[in-house]
Design a protein around this ligand. Structure first.
Ligand SMILES: *Cc1c(COP(=O)(O)O)cnc(C)c1O
Length: 379
């Protein structure tokens, strides 16, 4: 492959010295959990997300679970309560809801943005007024926060947990519940993932929770540390979901490069949008009102041609991927509960989406070359 879909080794190579320096610092410190690196990363993430608090945790799924569990402990939600989420998300969003004993309400996305549209959410809220919480997923790096979202949430008194796993540093076109526009600060709480393939990737698993709610932050922090508020004093039946100092130190290096890497992702997305002309391909929207961070650049190709399209690209040395081929409601683990749901947009998108290479080290020149290969696709 001349253009692999994702090459983490090549992406990490320019940071080798900085990463080694950070790792050496942690090894030499003799302090490996709940220390200065984690505290510093939390401050840096809170600043980036424009929130008062950040709690570093073990991974993105745990970040989602810990917020929902904290809301249960705090009495803000109750076992069995309904949580609305877009049906085309990665399964982790739904796993967090069911693992917490809450009930997912899967909603079809708007096919132009791949995200939950406020009008579609409103229709669902009219049908199911007992929906208590909302999990907007900023899928592919596009903020899931359309016009009227804040008003709708306030009207229906929803608790909002953003799944910010794919959108670190993104900015919505419309202000969130606290007046800020940065994803991670739009709702009452947000979960970010630092899985190695995400825009800011750890060298292993890591994640964080951001919020302006001091009580929630303290509850999440306690739950992630065996449920203890002070040493050997356990107020909850908690977990061990901490981030270690090594990942925190490495992530701080990665964070320093985020704005330059996001700018490059945006330039690559623009190059694709300009240069892809194939009548077989629907390109994603670039919305000048928001700051998309392009975790994925996802095109749509009619399902009978998708395999041929991917084979054509592979023959030209271009790696592609599908996010996601099987949506959560079609997974064996949910077939009893959700197998009969009618989610035509989600099912159609699962058959049409193709992700093109966009992560470092892909450049604008690479994107133009890949677009030329795409434009030669014929069936
Ligand atoms: C990656 C991801 C998660 C889970 O994050 P992990 O750190 O892998 O646990 C959750 N939601 C979405 C949308 C994701 O892409």
């Amino acid at each position: 492959m001349r253009y692999p879909f994702l090459d983490l080794k090549a992406a990490g190579a320019p940071l080798m010295e900085e990463l080694q320096e950070a790792a050496t610092r942690v090894i030499a410190s003799g302090w490996y959990l709940r220390g200065e690196e984690t505290a510093a990363l939390e401050r840096e993430m809170a600043t980036l997300c424009q929130t008062d608090h950040c709690v570093a945790v073990s991974n993105g799924l745990d970040a989602l679970r810990l917020v929902l569990r904290a809301w249960l402990e705090m009495g803000r939600v109750h076992p069995g309560d309904k949580v609305a989420v877009q049906a085309n998300t990665y399964i982790a969003s739904v796993l967090a809801i069911t693992d917490s004993g809450l009930t997912p309400v899967l909603i079809d996305p708007y096919d132009r943005t791949f995200n939950l549209h406020p009008a579609l959410l409103e229709l669902e809220l009219e049908k199911q007024p007992d929906i208590k919480a909302l999990m907007p997923v900023h899928l592919y790096g596009t903020p899931c926060w359309g016009f009227g979202m804040s008003e709708l949430i306030e009207k229906h008194n929803l608790l909002v947990l953003e799944d910010n796993a794919q959108a670190i540093g993104a900015r919505a076109a419309w202000p969130g519940l606290h007046g800020t526009k940065t994803t991670g600060s739009l709702g009452h709480a947000a979960a970010t993932s630092f899985y190695p393939t995400k825009n800011v990737g750890a060298l292993g698993d890591a994640g964080c929770v951001t919020t302006n709610d001091a009580e929630l932050a303290a509850t999440v922090r306690a739950l992630a540390n065996y449920g203890s508020d002070t040493r050997y004093h356990n107020i909850y039946r908690g977990f061990n979901c901490r981030m270690d100092e090594m990942q925190a130190a490495l992530l701080r290096v990665k964070l320093r490069h985020l704005s330059e890497e996001t700018a490059r992702r945006q330039a690559v997305a623009e190059a694709y949008n300009e240069a892809i002309m194939s009548p077989y391909v629907i390109k994603p929207d670039i919305d000048p009102g928001m700051r998309q961070v392009w975790h994925q650049y996802v095109v749509q190709v009619a399902s009978p041609m998708r395999d041929a399209f991917r084979q054509h690209l592979a023959a030209g040395g271009v790696g592609t991927d599908i996010h996601y081929a099987v949506p959560p409601h079609r997974q064996p683990c949910y077939s009893n509960e959700f197998g009969n749901l009618d989610l035509p947009v989600t099912d159609t998108l699962a058959g049409r989406v193709v992700s093109l290479p966009i992560a470092p080290p892909i450049t604008v020149d690479d994107a133009r070359a890949i677009a030329e290969i795409i434009n030669r696709f014929a069936i």
